[in-house]
Design a binder for this molecule. Structure first.
Ligand SMILES: [Zn+2]
Length: 450
């Protein structure tokens, strides 16, 4: 993954401080430079760290709590009541669980989409700082306690006030944006259609422009999104978002399943990104986004794992396989979405989505040393004639061996150095059970438990 898309056999990367200093054949690099220490990557591939462009940190702890149910029930009966009972310690425990899972499956940068105040922004930002991951944290902005497409009323614990939200984003931005050597960024997380008035969307747009920061939002996840904006504003969803000043290169729209051709053109022309979440869209029966068509129309497409109740994992390597296979099945064409295109979605396109393509998303000299080393020694990856094919079609997140972020080794031999793995898992288990109890929700298999 460099500008020329070279695959370097017996390659090596030399890092200096937080950046990549040299790339080449290992014999040449050894000859030219003396490294302070070496990581033996024999039998592994070196990739740019993966970029997950749509993540809900707070949903890791409610993994598997809303399976095999419709989107409306999914939100109203399970996800909202559970998340509406979170406190700041739950938010932190879930974020650490999620970050641990992302690190262990090769994700080095993520875009969090909707952080409710009750999840505790400072605690979560602190976890990003100490874990060593690169994270863009979007604070929720909403003004209307509903979801236009569903006609549903939100759980009271999830409702927030527009003016307060805007003020909080500014506060978080001042306190956290650029912290941890620039690894933390703060964005606006606009609520889905029906959760904000046109005026509030305009305020978000103005705020993002003033702070020179980004905005992310769910758009056209379900067909009803288009019905809503047509009914309320006589426009398609992306046309409406354009009118309120929210279509530009600092905006990432999650899902985009039901975007139509005129909307692809608007997004493509203005440089907005769609975060494609194939697992979530298929599991919730939302549909399959028209990704090859959107790419052709010039839309930047990133890849996202979404959340614990919709995916139910945060493994970008597994997500890559589905991103490819779902399109081949939809279009009855095995030639679409080849492995190379999918790898671009998960790396450089994701970096572009979050405005960091000059810094991360590929292995190039002077870029940040955000690297993922994947072991190709297991039987399911042997023999390896085409590593890109194996990576997309055969590997899983648990093949990741080593993760480097900002030039710092975060995981080696699958051991994460920055988080106490046992403690993170124990806390998530304990807090998860208490949360279900508080929300009065029981999750069990449909089959009798004996
Ligand atoms: Zn989402």
């Amino acid at each position: 993954m460099d500008e020329r898309r070279r695959v370097i056999a017996d390659g090596a990367v030399l890092t200096e401080g937080s950046r990549i200093a040299k790339i080449g054949k290992s014999s040449d690099l050894r000859h030219e430079s003396r490294a302070e220490f070496e990581i033996d990557a024999k039998g592994m591939i070196i990739l740019p760290g993966l970029v997950d462009t749509h993540v809900h940190l707070a949903q890791a702890m409610i993994r598997g709590c809303a399976d095999d149910t419709s989107l409306i029930d999914w939100l109203q009966k399970f996800v909202w009541p559970l998340q509406g009972n979170y406190d700041a310690q739950d938010g932190k425990a879930s974020a650490e669980l999620c970050i641990l899972e992302m690190l262990k499956s090769g994700t080095t940068t993520f875009l969090e989409s909707l952080l409710h105040t009750r999840y505790g922004f400072d605690g979560i930002a602190n976890s990003v700082e100490t874990s060593g991951i690169r994270g863009i944290l979007s604070k929720t902005v909403m003004g209307i306690p509903g979801y236009g497409t569903a006609g549903g009323i939100m759980h009271p614990g999830m409702v927030e006030d527009g003016e307060t939200c805007l003020r909080e984003v500014e506060g978080h931005f001042k306190r956290w944006n650029g912290r941890a050597s620039g690894r933390i960024r703060v964005w606006y997380g606009a609520r889905s259609l029906g959760g904000c008035s046109p005026e509030l969307y305009r305020q978000i747009s103005a705020g993002a422009e003033a702070l020179k920061t980004g905005v992310t939002m769910h758009l056209n996840e379900v067909r009803e999104d288009a019905d809503y904006t047509k009914r309320e504003f006589g426009k398609l969803p992306a046309e409406f978002m354009d009118e309120v000043g929210l279509v530009n290169s600092n905006v990432v729209y999650a899902h985009g399943v039901w975007l139509s051709e005129p909307e692809w053109k608007i997004l493509g022309k203005k440089g907005a990104t769609v975060a494609h979440c194939p697992s979530s869209n298929m599991k919730l029966g939302s549909g399959i986004a028209k990704v090859p068509e959107m790419i052709k129309a010039g839309v930047n497409i990133g890849l996202g794992c979404d959340g614990g109740p919709s995916n139910n994992s945060y493994d970008m390597i597994r997500e890559m396989k589905l991103a490819s296979l779902s399109q081949k099945a939809r279009l009855l064409n095995p030639l679409v979405m080849d492995a190379e295109t999918v790898l671009e979605l998960a790396t450089i396109n994701g970096a572009r989505a979050v405005g960091l393509d000059k810094e991360i998303g590929s292995v190039e000299v002077n870029k940040k040393a955000d690297l993922t080393l994947i072991s190709f020694k297991s039987p399911h990856l042997v023999p390896a004639y085409n590593p890109i094919s194996h990576l997309v079609y055969a590997a899983t997140g648990s093949d990741v061996d080593t993760v480097i972020i900002d030039g710092r080794i975060i995981m080696k031999n699958r051991a994460v150095m920055t988080l106490d793995e046992e403690k993170v898992i124990r806390e998530a288990n304990e807090r998860g059970s208490k949360l279900l109890e508080r929300a009065g929700i029981t999750i069990k298999p449909k089959w009798e438990c004996v």
